[in-house]
Design a protein around this ligand. Structure first.
Ligand code: THU
Length: 527
């Protein structure tokens, strides 16, 4: 079965303020909550997925039987911008924010830019993108000077009229700026902001282009590319990663096209990652504080989603998430420091609620594990928690359950069954066997282990434990003595399934149950 991961980033769809939001000037922000109050908000397929079950989304209706595994992700990076957000999703946490220029760029930057492009500049201040062309567009046309501006984000933006500065030339100026903006002036993005129209009626075109900094460390994308997998970048993903790790790319003009391209990607034959950014939420609605527009864009996505999930293949996993917030109803037009929502959906995913996790980077770790590449970036995989039970696991659980039927527990009434799988797939079962003098009692796990060992077995692959009979849905891990006995013969990475009932179990490992165990290796010393 070919394995594919689709990550869809709903750009700026934050899931509520992070505890440190006040430090970013963003107290009381909540993008999703804000747009959910709009009459344009539609919440049907995302409700079924379980978005309302995510921590901190109590204002949305919950779902009793959600389709997706869900959680809320905290951002570990010190930032709230697109680049840092996407890098973190891909396994790279940034410990310091990128430089910003509330008073414009210093002469060491602008002088060099003017010298190398041969064009003077206008503005050089933080400015709204629509206002800047209104205020400087005419002068730009008359003088040929470029409109250079920034925002509260780490961006160097160049606006130019498409009829006076051809697109390729504008992109060339951006590349020049990108070369200049290094070291302490390594801004997150240089952005080409072409526009058209006549004075009083200037409008920006969709030929915006981002020129990002290369990620400082290896990302999930690089690792997948190295492993020979496909990394298909949709929308501005290629720019955000400065092309690093991307094997195929398509730029899109807005959400509607992004959604169409995503559906087409489902039909492509590949193994690896399809990474999609839907930018309109942020660019058209978040920054412009258009709550209804934002809600409409969400409604479009909500309506589109079932058509996508219906066409997903057995080996596909879909992650839906965001890169930061941009509450359209807060006091400023910039991004907001928020948690992001995460929904993971696919045939191989159990709809578990993971609560709140620390780090967007857990997505990268999980995707890497699923796709079978040895990538170790920042972040911890939660695949083990959300992976749907395999045939092998279900068979082992069934055996443990049957073994529990044979428990001999007249004194405690506590019945336990265990099933231990050998490396080559053979199953040994055991139950607890009590004794009138109590101490000779043996646990189910050791019964299974000793049966297997006395038959000559040595290598083991997995253990299932079924306990708590009489207490519905109670799941108890093995006792300390059994952990020690298992550690003698089993690897610390051996999966242990702690069963709640016939179908549900929690996955752990022997090493997690017994860290720093005293194992045979310690006995091999010269005394
Ligand atoms: N027991 C097990 O079989 N496995 C464990 O890991 C915990 C305890 C049994 C022993 C005894 O018969 C009963 O549960 C109550 O302790």
């Amino acid at each position: 079965m070919k394995k594919r991961v689709f990550i869809i980033v709903l750009d700026s769809l934050g899931a509520g303020e992070m505890p440190d939001a006040p430090l970013f000037g963003d107290a009381d922000c909540h993008t999703l909550k804000r747009i959910s109050a709009s009459p344009e908000f539609r919440f049907e397929s995302m409700k079924k997925m379980g978005m309302g079950n995510i921590d901190g989304q109590g204002f949305l209706p919950g779902e009793e039987k959600p389709l997706a595994a869900v959680c809320r992700l905290a951002e570990r990076s010190m930032g709230k911008d697109t680049t840092i957000g996407h890098w973190e999703i891909s396994g790279v946490v940034s410990s310091s924010p990128m430089p910003t220029y509330p008073h414009g760029f210093p002469p060491e930057v602008t002088d060099e830019f003017v010298k190398r492009t041969g064009r003077e500049i206008l503005c050089n201040l933080p400015y709204s993108g629509t206002e800047v062309i209104k205020d400087y567009g005419e002068e730009h046309i008359k003088t040929g000077k470029l409109i250079v501006y920034t925002s509260a984000d780490s961006v160097f933006q160049i606006a130019a009229h498409e009829d006076y500065v051809p697109l390729e030339q504008l992109y060339g100026y951006c590349r020049t700026a990108r070369e200049i903006l290094r070291g302490k002036h390594a801004v997150g993005r240089v952005i080409a902001r072409p526009f058209t129209g006549t004075p009083g009626n200037f409008t920006r075109t969709s030929n915006r282009r981002d020129f990002s900094l290369e990620p400082p460390k290896k990302t999930l994308l690089d690792a997948l590319k190295e492993a020979g997998k496909t990394v298909y970048a949709v929308g501005k993903i290629n720019d955000i990663f400065a092309g690093c790790g991307v094997t195929e790319k398509v730029y899109t003009h807005g959400n509607t096209e992004g959604l169409k391209v995503s559906l087409e990607a489902l039909e492509k034959d590949f193994e690896g990652l399809c990474f999609i950014n839907l930018v309109d939420f942020d660019m058209l609605y978040g920054h412009r504080q258009d709550t209804d527009g934002y809600a409409r864009a969400f409604a479009e996505f909500d309506k589109w989603l079932p058509g996508f999930t219906a066409n997903m293949r057995d080996g596909d996993i879909l992650f839906i998430t965001a890169d930061h917030g941009c509450d359209p109803g807060d006091s400023h037009t910039d991004h907001t420091r928020e948690y992001t929502p995460l929904l993971a959906y696919g045939k191989s995913i159990s709809p578990v609620n993971l609560g709140t996790r620390s780090g967007f980077c857990d997505i990268a770790a999980t995707a890497a594990e699923y796709l079978g590449i040895p990538y170790r970036g920042d972040g911890t995989s939660f695949l083990r928690v959300i992976a749907a039970p395999s045939e092998e696991e279900l068979a082992l659980c069934k055996a443990a359950l049957e073994a529990r039927e044979r428990a001999y527990a007249p004194y405690s009434g506590y019945r336990v069954g265990a099933a231990l799988m050998t490396a080559d797939g053979k199953i040994y079962t055991g139950c607890n066997i009590e004794n009138a003098s109590l101490t000779p009692t043996i646990c189910a796990e050791r019964t299974a282990l000793f049966k297997a060992v006395s038959e000559g077995e040595r290598g083991f692959g997995m253990l299932a434990v079924c306990s708590g009979a009489g207490k519905p849905d109670a799941a108890f891990p093995p006792c300390g003595v059994c952990r020690q006995a298992l550690a003698e013969f089993c690897e610390s990475g051996m999966p242990v399934l702690i069963m709640k009932n016939e179908k549900e179990f929690r996955r752990t490992t022997l090493g997690e149950l017994l860290p720093e165990s005293f194992t045979p290796g310690f006995m091999k010393t010269d005394i």
